[in-house]
Ligand binder design. Structure first.
Ligand SMILES: NC(=O)c1ccc[n+]([C@@H]2O[C@H](COP(=O)([O-])OP(=O)(O)OC[C@H]3O[C@@H](n4cnc5c(N)ncnc54)[C@H](O)[C@@H]3O)[C@@H](O)[C@H]2O)c1
Length: 386
């Protein structure tokens, strides 16, 4: 490590993403040892001292803070990693950029397009390296899907279809707001499944298939009121529990997207399928190391959907891991994302998805919510370059 350039990480938020990002940083020196830039677990921040202290000790951070403003003000922090609920992303990121820190921000970029624009402006003004953790791009099978589409093997694309299905909020007794349940509180989350789940599907879709031009959507809030953990009162639920939208892509293909937290039996069923004139591809998060591929040019005697196990060294990211035939997991998508960030420091290129890319996704989310609200088609205003 001594001849390496150290990037001192300041992590904010110690929940699910705080743990998974920390795991990613810890794996970089072992699995990407030749990279010039390497992370150092310098400081972690959470609001409760007892909890953050225990987290720092368990995961190996050198120090801790209980106020993110203090963490950002520290001279010994190079990069700030934002793993807090959506409502805090803009304030933290804008302050971190002003302090000249690199920023790795969890998705969705922001609660609104307006906030997202201010965040993009802040990182551009400060010229700080930035990325947003749309990690599914970094699943080897998904990266390979992108490469296959980019190679032209599918020919003209007609359809892009994606689902993200869960079932964890069906119980009407589940409260909203506070630790663990901020996703149900519109003030903390910005939106429901649109910003939480569809944002992932939209990012992957635009990365693989180009910009989304316009959308027509419907949303539903099945449970209209829930007790708020903050006030203790029964309050209106302001998030979308389910959302379905269809759209036109810039390349002329049609898109169909659905996300819900009311699909009984499904925990995190993220799937997508792309149909082109020559071939089709599909992927399923539950079977994340596999890509299904149908090629119409195959000999008709053996033509059919083939299931490709993405574990060969020639396939994206896989030369870093074990041996052909053995699988990797969900956490590896974050390790790959962190690695791409450090490699981008070496090359001087952006680490996609950048704040700008994530702003384009935010525009689609906003258009989806507006369309559902107004019961009208909406242009997204997306200018996709990512
Ligand atoms: N990329 C992905 O696949 C993925 C998956 C899950 C969550 N996320 C995103 O990551 C972010 C965090 O989600 P999570 O699931 O880790 O949530 P979580 O509830 O598990 O953790 C959030 C953490 O933020 C802390 N926190 C809240 N306000 C804070 C403040 N002012 N200062 C310091 N800490 C504060 C909480 O105490 C908690 O530790 C969200 O934006 C979410 O959308 C992304």
């Amino acid at each position: 490590m001594s001849n390496k350039k150290q990037i001192r990480i300041g992590l904010i938020g110690t929940g699910l993403m705080g743990r998974i990002h920390t795991n990613a940083y810890k794996r970089i020196p072992d699995f990407f040892p030749e990279y010039e830039y390497q992370p150092v677990l310098q400081a972690v921040c959470a609001r409760r001292e007892d909890k953050v202290k225990a987290f720092a000790a368990q995961w190996g951070y050198a120090s801790f803070e209980t106020d993110w403003k203090k963490l950002i003000a520290r001279e010994d922090i190079d990069a700030v990693d934002i793993c807090t609920p959506n409502s805090s992303h803009a304030e933290i990121a804008i302050a971190a950029a002003a302090a000249g820190k690199m920023i790795l921000c969890e998705k969705p970029l922001s609660k609104t397009v307006k906030e997202g624009e201010a965040m993009v402006e802040a990182v551009e003004k400060a010229r700080v390296k930035n990325t947003v953790w749309y990690n599914y791009r970094k699943v080897p099978a998904v990266t390979l899907a992108k490469e296959i589409v980019a190679s032209g093997k599918l020919g003209k694309i007609f359809h892009y279809r994606a689902n993200f299905l869960q079932d964890w909020t069906i119980n009407p007794e589940l409260p909203q707001g506070g630790d663990g349940l901020w996703r149900l509180d519109v003030d903390a989350a910005g939106s429901g499944v649109t910003g939480d789940l569809l944002a992932h599907c939209i990012d992957t879709a635009m990365w693989i298939n180009g910009g989304i031009k316009d959308v027509s959507a419907m949303t539903e809030t099945f449970v209209k009121e829930r007790v708020h953990q903050g006030s203790g009162q029964v309050q209106k639920v302001g998030i979308d529990d389910a959302c379905i939208f269809h759209c036109h892509f810039d390349n002329g293909s049609l898109g169909l997207f659905e996300a819900t937290r009311y699909a009984r039996g499904h925990k995190a069923l993220y799937t997508f399928e792309i149909n082109g004139e020559n071939a089709s591809i599909r992927w399923d998060l539950h079977d994340m190391n596999w890509l299904e591929y149908f090629d119409h040019k195959d000999d008709p005697h053996v033509r059919g959907w083939r299931k490709i196990h993405i574990t060969e060294g020639e396939q994206p990211y896989m030369k870093r891991w074990w041996i052909p035939g053995t699988s990797i997991g969900y956490e590896h998508s974050f390790i790959h994302h962190a690695a791409d960030f450090f490699y981008a420091l070496e090359t001087g290129k952006p680490c996609h998805p950048t704040f700008q890319d994530a702003l384009e996704t935010q525009k689609v989310c906003q258009a989806v919510l507006d369309s559902a609200n107004e019961k009208k088609w909406k242009d997204t205003g997306v200018d996709w370059k990512g």
